[in-house]
Design a protein around this ligand. Structure first.
Ligand code: AMP
Ligand code: MG
Length: 284
């Protein structure tokens, strides 16, 4: 299944989230059936991350956006935990601090973008500034509506500098969100995740849908694609995202750099050191 085609948000036509089934599983029957493919992808992603780091010329930025309880944290935990912490980082974007709010809206995002060789995951992102900010009228409409173009330009700058950008919207139904809120309530280990905001934001569901539809359509492109991932089933969400990341990284043409030393010369040095060590051991 070509998930990169299937879930790509076309920049040419208006996105309608209602037309995408959040419970879609692309014909897969169960979590058990999907698990081997997910594990294979996660293992390959870890190899590709090591290769990206060794190659040192490109980087990867993964953007996760969704309504509450749609699984952003789960994606980070399931798909990125196999990677080497040296070269991988995750940033969660909260309400801007006073210092962040005193700068332009892209400042805090730009500071966190991956250096060459690195993978960075944005758990929420600069897109909050055309989502929550729009839904709650935190700035006037002319301000937020001018941001789509600024975001496009910002992402073009990153792409021109060797960064691959993958943006995922985790699509769940309001019923599934409520079921997950119930789990948070029932499971003491999850109680800490409950916030008042979960319930107040839920009342703005249709406003968020509208904001997401416009933001995704206006900022999806071949170079900085948005994917709408059906996310009612956590296992399908993990399968689709891991598949898209793996395939994208396979296409990046990553290679280990050539050695910077003359291997013949170094081999001779090694043998000399080995002989000297043997001699010293003999004397001891
Ligand atoms: P969480 O991801 O559950 O930790 O929540 C983070 C909260 O910060 C969410 O309610 C976001 O909507 C909010 N947030 C993130 N970025 C912004 C922003 N630029 N302006 C206002 N609120 C934001
Ligand atoms: Mg939350």
């Amino acid at each position: 299944m070509d998930y990169r085609k299937q879930f790509f948000v076309s920049p040419d036509k208006k996105l309608k989230l209602a037309a995408i089934d959040p419970a879609h599983t692309a014909g897969h029957a169960s979590s058990e059936e999907a698990l081997p493919a997910i594990q294979k992808n996660v293992a390959r992603m870890a190899e590709l991350q090591a290769l990206l780091y060794a190659d040192g010329n490109q980087s990867l930025l993964v953007v996760l956006q969704a309504l509450d309880a749609a699984g952003k944290d789960g994606v980070v935990r399931h798909l990125f935990s196999g990677m080497n912490p040296q070269g991988t980082s995750v940033f969660g974007f909260k309400q801007p601090s006073a210092e962040e709010a005193a700068h332009d809206f892209l400042w805090r995002a730009h500071k966190r973008t991956p250096a060459r060789g690195e993978i960075v995951v944005f758990n929420r992102s600069h897109y909050e500034d055309v989502l929550v900010v729009r839904v709650h009228n935190l700035v006037p409409k002319p301000v937020w509506s001018g941001r789509y173009e600024l975001i496009q330009d910002f992402e073009k700058l990153l792409v021109a500098n060797g960064t691959r950008i993958l943006k995922f919207f985790l699509h769940i139904s309001p019923e599934e969100q409520l079921a997950r809120f119930k789990q948070r309530l029932d499971d003491p280990a999850r109680n800490w995740k409950i916030s008042e905001g979960d319930y107040s934001e839920r009342e703005f569901w249709s406003d968020y849908v509208e904001a997401y539809e416009e933001a995704l359509s206006k900022t999806s492109s071949k170079d900085a694609p948005w994917y709408v991932i059906p996310a009612n089933h956590k296992w399908f969400r993990n399968l689709a995202i891991s598949q898209i990341i793996t395939e994208t990284m396979e296409d990046m043409g990553l290679k280990r750099p050539a050695t910077r030393v003359d291997l013949k010369e170094i081999t001779a040095k090694y043998h000399a050191a080995e002989a000297e060590q043997a001699q010293r051991n003999g004397k001891g």
